[in-house]
Write a protein that binds this ligand. Sequence first.
Ligand SMILES: *Cc1c(COP(=O)(O)O)cnc(C)c1O
Length: 405
Amino acid sequence: MSSEAMVGASSPLSKDELIAFIKSIILNENQQEMDPFYVLDLGALNPLFQTWTQNLPMVQPFYAVKCNPNPDFLRQMAALGAGFDCASRAEIESVLSLGVSPDRIIFASTCKPESHIKYAAKVGVNLATFDSIYELEKIKKLHPNCSLLIRIKAPQTSNSTKFGALPDEVKPLLEASKAANLQVIGVSFHIGSRSGINLNALEDAMASARTIFETAVQLGMPEMHVLNIGGGFKSGPNFTDEAASAVKVALQKYFPSQDGLTIMAEPGRFFAREPFTLVTNVIGKRVRGGIKEYWINDGIAGSMKFLQYDNVICTHLLADNGSSDNENNPTSKGVKTYDSSVFGPTCDATDMVLEGFQLPDMEVGDWLVFHNLGAYSSCLGSDFNGFKTSAIPTFLAHLDNKNSS
Ligand SMILES: *Cc1c(COP(=O)(O)O)cnc(C)c1O
């Protein structure tokens, strides 16, 4: 589908418009096989972007590409003015191919393959993170002009020790970078987890960053001027009422003078979750006691590995998708529901999508729609059992009669 036309799409489709668009695909597009598909509503990105800039105007978002690397989505993020957090050569390539300038990219993986560092040097991606001496050595050898952020492990974050320098490792790392003539221009942390940001950890990380800015001065290094607060933000009241103000309060406390300070963040889920809807087909049914069980053609081994973290909303479309009695009630509102389970299509016994969920009585051939499934969904799926997650198509949502200015 052509995407250029949609870059101007200004407002999100309403739920009814979205359902109407989904129906039009089911009816008109080549869906005889009843394979799953995604709908991407680029208009849904604009209010998200506005919410970000209104609440955190001083923090530049560098979208974490890994969260959903859909090219149309990336293009719209670029058009809105976002930067990008890339963690590999391929991610950098896909962002550059949209015409994004390399200075809008941070190479935010702390341990990079040498060939990817060489590539970053070649194309002019000149900002990267590190948390070890060995990474400094590789960068010294392959990309010595790269500006660096020292990634720290914030106290109170997950038990994983994979990322970030520990407090007593920071000074030796700064000394080593100074000796190697590498420019460490700031501090980076990422305290997000799948269930959101821990605001106490945010405060601690901000305090640690402040200390490190001071350590750099004590070591006679040029003053640091970049603070990268990572990702982990969730859209909705959680952001507007809590996370954004916690960020502002902590910034005010630890970086009261923000003159000359660049503050960046790496939100992924914040932007990618809402614009994507997954449409699956009911491929099987079994009734056991009072419970109705359904099989659909995508699941935990596919797009829905992290379904439980994203408040995904589920709606149901009849197989005849509204052509007769369902016409006025596509989402089955008010229809009697039953205790239901929904399974993914693979032979993995843990491929269970929903349990104890209320759904209307569905038949094989009906459609089950998952809204807000854009974050860490298709990109995490496998081709297990031959159900190819990577082959699921994405249709750009539009309504012919919808004004896009
Ligand atoms: C995954 C990741 C992000 C994005 O996290 P979200 O929870 O999607 O916002 C940002 N920064 C780093 C370093 C990451 O690994």
